[in-house]
Design a protein around this ligand. Structure first.
Ligand code: NAP
Length: 263
Protein backbone atom coordinates (compact mmCIF):
# COMPACT_ATOMS: atom_id res chain seq x y z
CA UNK A 1 0.00 0.00 0.00
CA UNK A 2 1.42 3.40 -0.99
CA UNK A 3 1.20 6.60 1.03
CA UNK A 4 -1.25 8.21 -1.41
CA UNK A 5 -3.22 5.08 -2.24
CA UNK A 6 -6.54 6.99 -2.13
CA UNK A 7 -5.44 9.97 -4.21
CA UNK A 8 -8.40 11.53 -6.03
CA UNK A 9 -10.98 9.42 -4.18
CA UNK A 10 -14.00 10.94 -2.45
CA UNK A 11 -14.92 9.32 0.88
CA UNK A 12 -17.71 9.65 3.44
CA UNK A 13 -17.14 8.53 7.03
CA UNK A 14 -19.99 8.57 9.55
CA UNK A 15 -19.55 8.87 13.30
CA UNK A 16 -16.11 10.40 12.78
CA UNK A 17 -15.92 12.78 15.75
CA UNK A 18 -14.30 10.19 18.00
CA UNK A 19 -12.78 6.73 18.11
CA UNK A 20 -12.49 4.48 15.08
CA UNK A 21 -14.31 6.85 12.69
CA UNK A 22 -11.97 9.70 13.55
CA UNK A 23 -8.92 7.46 12.97
CA UNK A 24 -10.36 6.28 9.64
CA UNK A 25 -11.06 9.84 8.47
CA UNK A 26 -7.52 10.94 9.34
CA UNK A 27 -5.92 7.87 7.72
CA UNK A 28 -7.96 8.34 4.54
CA UNK A 29 -7.14 12.05 4.29
CA UNK A 30 -3.43 11.26 4.76
CA UNK A 31 -3.79 8.68 1.98
CA UNK A 32 -4.98 11.42 -0.37
CA UNK A 33 -8.78 11.10 -0.23
CA UNK A 34 -11.20 14.02 0.00
CA UNK A 35 -12.98 13.07 3.21
CA UNK A 36 -16.46 14.18 4.28
CA UNK A 37 -17.45 13.34 7.85
CA UNK A 38 -20.86 13.33 9.46
CA UNK A 39 -21.40 12.83 13.16
CA UNK A 40 -24.40 13.45 15.35
CA UNK A 41 -22.25 16.04 17.12
CA UNK A 42 -19.03 17.36 15.58
CA UNK A 43 -16.14 17.55 18.05
CA UNK A 44 -14.53 21.04 18.18
CA UNK A 45 -11.24 19.48 19.24
CA UNK A 46 -10.89 18.06 15.72
CA UNK A 47 -11.34 21.43 13.99
CA UNK A 48 -7.67 22.34 13.63
CA UNK A 49 -6.38 18.93 12.55
CA UNK A 50 -9.33 18.28 10.22
CA UNK A 51 -8.85 21.70 8.58
CA UNK A 52 -5.12 20.97 8.13
CA UNK A 53 -5.94 17.66 6.46
CA UNK A 54 -8.79 19.13 4.39
CA UNK A 55 -11.42 16.98 6.12
CA UNK A 56 -14.95 18.42 5.92
CA UNK A 57 -17.27 17.77 8.86
CA UNK A 58 -20.93 18.49 9.38
CA UNK A 59 -23.63 17.40 11.81
CA UNK A 60 -25.37 14.29 10.51
CA UNK A 61 -27.67 11.95 12.40
CA UNK A 62 -27.50 8.77 10.32
CA UNK A 63 -31.06 7.86 11.35
CA UNK A 64 -32.38 11.05 9.73
CA UNK A 65 -32.73 10.64 5.96
CA UNK A 66 -32.53 14.36 5.23
CA UNK A 67 -29.24 14.62 7.18
CA UNK A 68 -27.85 11.68 5.20
CA UNK A 69 -28.91 13.23 1.89
CA UNK A 70 -27.23 16.50 2.94
CA UNK A 71 -23.95 14.72 3.73
CA UNK A 72 -23.94 12.74 0.47
CA UNK A 73 -24.84 15.83 -1.58
CA UNK A 74 -22.01 17.83 -0.03
CA UNK A 75 -19.52 15.04 -0.73
CA UNK A 76 -20.53 14.62 -4.38
CA UNK A 77 -20.99 18.30 -5.20
CA UNK A 78 -17.42 18.97 -6.45
CA UNK A 79 -17.12 15.96 -8.78
CA UNK A 80 -20.55 14.31 -8.99
CA UNK A 81 -18.90 11.10 -7.82
CA UNK A 82 -18.42 9.10 -4.65
CA UNK A 83 -15.83 6.33 -4.23
CA UNK A 84 -15.88 5.26 -0.57
CA UNK A 85 -18.53 5.04 2.16
CA UNK A 86 -17.60 4.03 5.69
CA UNK A 87 -20.66 3.27 7.82
CA UNK A 88 -19.02 3.63 11.19
CA UNK A 89 -21.57 5.41 13.44
CA UNK A 90 -22.71 3.00 16.11
CA UNK A 91 -23.89 2.63 19.69
CA UNK A 92 -23.75 -0.19 22.20
CA UNK A 93 -26.31 -1.51 24.70
CA UNK A 94 -25.46 -3.90 27.51
CA UNK A 95 -28.85 -5.14 28.73
CA UNK A 96 -30.82 -8.36 28.88
CA UNK A 97 -33.92 -8.52 26.67
CA UNK A 98 -36.57 -8.33 29.46
CA UNK A 99 -35.02 -4.99 30.51
CA UNK A 100 -34.77 -3.49 27.02
CA UNK A 101 -37.39 -0.86 26.18
CA UNK A 102 -38.88 -0.58 22.71
CA UNK A 103 -37.24 2.83 22.49
CA UNK A 104 -33.78 1.35 23.27
CA UNK A 105 -34.29 -1.37 20.64
CA UNK A 106 -35.25 1.27 18.04
CA UNK A 107 -32.31 3.48 19.04
CA UNK A 108 -29.69 0.75 18.60
CA UNK A 109 -31.22 -0.71 15.44
CA UNK A 110 -31.78 2.80 14.09
CA UNK A 111 -28.14 3.85 14.33
CA UNK A 112 -26.36 0.52 13.76
CA UNK A 113 -28.57 -0.82 10.98
CA UNK A 114 -31.01 1.74 9.54
CA UNK A 115 -28.19 4.30 9.48
CA UNK A 116 -26.10 2.03 7.25
CA UNK A 117 -29.15 1.36 5.05
CA UNK A 118 -29.88 5.09 4.57
CA UNK A 119 -26.25 5.91 3.79
CA UNK A 120 -26.00 3.04 1.28
CA UNK A 121 -29.32 3.98 -0.32
CA UNK A 122 -28.15 7.51 -1.05
CA UNK A 123 -24.47 6.76 -1.73
CA UNK A 124 -24.80 3.84 -4.16
CA UNK A 125 -26.28 5.84 -7.08
CA UNK A 126 -23.19 8.09 -7.04
CA UNK A 127 -20.87 5.04 -7.10
CA UNK A 128 -22.64 3.27 -9.94
CA UNK A 129 -20.87 5.05 -12.82
CA UNK A 130 -17.38 3.90 -11.85
CA UNK A 131 -17.60 1.52 -8.88
CA UNK A 132 -16.77 2.04 -5.23
CA UNK A 133 -16.12 0.55 -1.84
CA UNK A 134 -18.50 0.42 1.12
CA UNK A 135 -17.09 -0.59 4.48
CA UNK A 136 -19.46 -1.29 7.34
CA UNK A 137 -18.12 -1.28 10.89
CA UNK A 138 -19.73 -4.34 12.46
CA UNK A 139 -18.17 -6.15 15.42
CA UNK A 140 -16.90 -9.51 16.62
CA UNK A 141 -20.45 -9.66 18.03
CA UNK A 142 -21.73 -9.75 14.45
CA UNK A 143 -19.75 -12.94 13.81
CA UNK A 144 -20.19 -14.62 17.20
CA UNK A 145 -23.17 -13.21 19.12
CA UNK A 146 -22.68 -12.53 22.82
CA UNK A 147 -24.83 -13.08 25.89
CA UNK A 148 -24.39 -9.68 27.51
CA UNK A 149 -25.60 -7.47 24.66
CA UNK A 150 -28.27 -9.26 22.59
CA UNK A 151 -29.63 -6.13 20.88
CA UNK A 152 -26.16 -4.91 19.86
CA UNK A 153 -25.16 -8.43 18.73
CA UNK A 154 -28.32 -8.68 16.64
CA UNK A 155 -27.76 -5.29 15.02
CA UNK A 156 -24.20 -6.24 14.07
CA UNK A 157 -25.16 -9.73 12.85
CA UNK A 158 -27.78 -8.11 10.64
CA UNK A 159 -25.19 -5.62 9.39
CA UNK A 160 -22.94 -8.51 8.33
CA UNK A 161 -25.88 -10.09 6.45
CA UNK A 162 -26.79 -6.72 4.87
CA UNK A 163 -23.18 -6.36 3.74
CA UNK A 164 -23.08 -9.78 2.07
CA UNK A 165 -26.41 -9.18 0.34
CA UNK A 166 -25.30 -5.77 -0.98
CA UNK A 167 -22.01 -7.30 -2.13
CA UNK A 168 -24.01 -9.75 -4.24
CA UNK A 169 -26.43 -7.09 -5.54
CA UNK A 170 -23.79 -4.57 -6.58
CA UNK A 171 -20.85 -6.60 -7.88
CA UNK A 172 -22.22 -5.87 -11.34
CA UNK A 173 -21.70 -2.15 -10.59
CA UNK A 174 -18.13 -2.84 -9.38
CA UNK A 175 -19.20 -1.73 -5.90
CA UNK A 176 -17.47 -3.80 -3.22
CA UNK A 177 -19.12 -4.13 0.20
CA UNK A 178 -17.30 -5.52 3.24
CA UNK A 179 -17.37 -5.37 7.00
CA UNK A 180 -14.59 -4.77 9.46
CA UNK A 181 -15.41 -6.49 12.73
CA UNK A 182 -13.37 -5.05 15.58
CA UNK A 183 -12.87 -6.61 18.99
CA UNK A 184 -12.24 -4.51 22.10
CA UNK A 185 -10.91 -1.14 20.91
CA UNK A 186 -9.27 1.24 23.36
CA UNK A 187 -9.83 5.00 23.53
CA UNK A 188 -13.31 4.91 22.09
CA UNK A 189 -16.36 6.46 23.65
CA UNK A 190 -18.28 3.23 23.17
CA UNK A 191 -15.76 1.09 25.05
CA UNK A 192 -15.42 3.67 27.84
CA UNK A 193 -19.19 3.88 28.24
CA UNK A 194 -19.51 0.07 28.25
CA UNK A 195 -16.81 -0.33 30.90
CA UNK A 196 -18.18 2.49 33.05
CA UNK A 197 -21.73 1.10 32.83
CA UNK A 198 -20.62 -2.04 34.70
CA UNK A 199 -19.82 0.02 37.83
CA UNK A 200 -16.41 -1.69 38.15
CA UNK A 201 -14.21 -0.34 35.34
CA UNK A 202 -11.02 -2.23 36.22
CA UNK A 203 -12.64 -5.65 36.56
CA UNK A 204 -14.61 -5.10 33.36
CA UNK A 205 -11.42 -4.00 31.56
CA UNK A 206 -9.61 -7.19 32.57
CA UNK A 207 -12.60 -9.38 31.66
CA UNK A 208 -12.76 -7.68 28.26
CA UNK A 209 -9.05 -8.36 27.66
CA UNK A 210 -9.50 -11.97 28.74
CA UNK A 211 -12.21 -12.54 26.12
CA UNK A 212 -9.82 -11.73 23.26
CA UNK A 213 -6.86 -14.15 23.18
CA UNK A 214 -4.47 -11.72 21.47
CA UNK A 215 -5.54 -8.76 23.63
CA UNK A 216 -4.89 -10.92 26.66
CA UNK A 217 -1.47 -11.98 25.35
CA UNK A 218 -0.51 -8.38 24.49
CA UNK A 219 -1.97 -6.99 27.72
CA UNK A 220 -3.84 -4.28 25.86
CA UNK A 221 -6.88 -3.61 23.76
CA UNK A 222 -6.80 -2.95 20.01
CA UNK A 223 -5.79 0.54 18.85
CA UNK A 224 -8.11 2.63 16.63
CA UNK A 225 -5.31 2.89 14.03
CA UNK A 226 -5.12 -0.91 13.82
CA UNK A 227 -8.79 -0.95 12.82
CA UNK A 228 -8.36 2.01 10.46
CA UNK A 229 -5.60 0.11 8.62
CA UNK A 230 -8.08 -2.63 7.67
CA UNK A 231 -10.64 -0.08 6.52
CA UNK A 232 -7.98 1.63 4.41
CA UNK A 233 -7.03 -1.68 2.79
CA UNK A 234 -10.66 -2.44 1.89
CA UNK A 235 -11.11 1.08 0.50
CA UNK A 236 -8.15 0.87 -1.85
CA UNK A 237 -7.43 -0.84 -5.15
CA UNK A 238 -5.31 -3.52 -3.44
CA UNK A 239 -8.67 -5.03 -2.38
CA UNK A 240 -10.19 -4.82 -5.88
CA UNK A 241 -11.49 -8.41 -5.76
CA UNK A 242 -12.45 -8.43 -2.07
CA UNK A 243 -16.18 -8.23 -1.50
CA UNK A 244 -18.69 -9.71 0.93
CA UNK A 245 -16.03 -10.50 3.53
CA UNK A 246 -15.88 -9.71 7.20
CA UNK A 247 -12.39 -8.94 8.46
CA UNK A 248 -12.12 -9.55 12.19
CA UNK A 249 -9.65 -7.24 13.95
CA UNK A 250 -10.49 -8.73 17.30
CA UNK A 251 -7.46 -10.69 18.50
CA UNK A 252 -9.34 -13.95 17.94
CA UNK A 253 -12.35 -12.99 20.05
CA UNK A 254 -14.85 -14.21 17.44
CA UNK A 255 -13.21 -17.65 17.57
CA UNK A 256 -14.71 -18.08 21.04
CA UNK A 257 -12.80 -18.00 24.29
CA UNK A 258 -10.34 -20.91 24.46
CA UNK A 259 -10.34 -23.01 27.63
CA UNK A 260 -8.02 -21.68 30.35
CA UNK A 261 -6.48 -25.13 30.95
CA UNK A 262 -6.16 -28.04 28.58
CA UNK A 263 -7.58 -31.22 30.12
P1 NAP B 1 -17.29 5.93 19.48
O1 NAP B 1 -15.97 6.40 19.97
O2 NAP B 1 -18.47 6.06 20.40
O3 NAP B 1 -17.61 6.64 18.09
C1 NAP B 1 -18.86 6.50 17.46
C2 NAP B 1 -19.30 7.85 16.96
O4 NAP B 1 -20.60 7.72 16.34
C3 NAP B 1 -19.48 8.85 18.13
O5 NAP B 1 -18.92 10.09 17.77
C4 NAP B 1 -20.99 8.91 18.26
O6 NAP B 1 -21.47 10.09 18.86
C5 NAP B 1 -21.40 8.80 16.81
N1 NAP B 1 -22.84 8.57 16.66
C6 NAP B 1 -23.69 8.00 17.56
N2 NAP B 1 -24.94 8.04 17.07
C7 NAP B 1 -24.88 8.63 15.86
C8 NAP B 1 -25.84 8.98 14.87
N3 NAP B 1 -27.14 8.72 15.06
N4 NAP B 1 -25.42 9.58 13.74
C9 NAP B 1 -24.12 9.86 13.55
N5 NAP B 1 -23.16 9.59 14.45
C10 NAP B 1 -23.53 8.97 15.58
O7 NAP B 1 -17.27 4.40 19.13
P2 NAP B 1 -16.26 3.48 18.31
O8 NAP B 1 -15.83 2.43 19.21
O9 NAP B 1 -15.25 4.28 17.57
O10 NAP B 1 -17.31 2.82 17.31
C11 NAP B 1 -17.24 2.89 15.90
C12 NAP B 1 -17.89 1.64 15.32
O11 NAP B 1 -17.09 0.51 15.66
C13 NAP B 1 -19.29 1.37 15.85
O12 NAP B 1 -20.12 0.96 14.79
C14 NAP B 1 -19.07 0.25 16.84
O13 NAP B 1 -20.23 -0.56 16.98
C15 NAP B 1 -17.92 -0.50 16.21
N6 NAP B 1 -17.17 -1.32 17.19
C16 NAP B 1 -16.50 -0.74 18.24
C17 NAP B 1 -15.80 -1.57 19.14
C18 NAP B 1 -15.04 -1.01 20.31
O14 NAP B 1 -14.47 -1.80 21.10
N7 NAP B 1 -14.94 0.30 20.53
C19 NAP B 1 -15.81 -2.95 18.96
C20 NAP B 1 -16.52 -3.49 17.91
C21 NAP B 1 -17.19 -2.66 17.02
P3 NAP B 1 -21.83 10.07 20.43
O15 NAP B 1 -20.54 9.82 21.15
O16 NAP B 1 -22.40 11.43 20.68
O17 NAP B 1 -22.81 8.94 20.64
Amino acid sequence: MTDKMLDGKVAIVTGASYGIGRAVAIAMAKAGADVYCGDIEPNDENDELFAELGIFQRPCDVTDESDVVGLVEQAVSPSGNLDILVNNAGVGLIKQIPDVSECEWDHVMGINLKGAFLCCKHAIPYMQPSGGSIINLASNAGILPRAHDPVYSTSKGALVAFTKSLALCHSKDRIRVNTVCPGPVENTRMMNRDLESTGDYDTAYQATLAASPMAKAEGRMIDVDEVAAAVLYLAGDAAKFVTGTDIAIDGGKSLGVPPQKQV
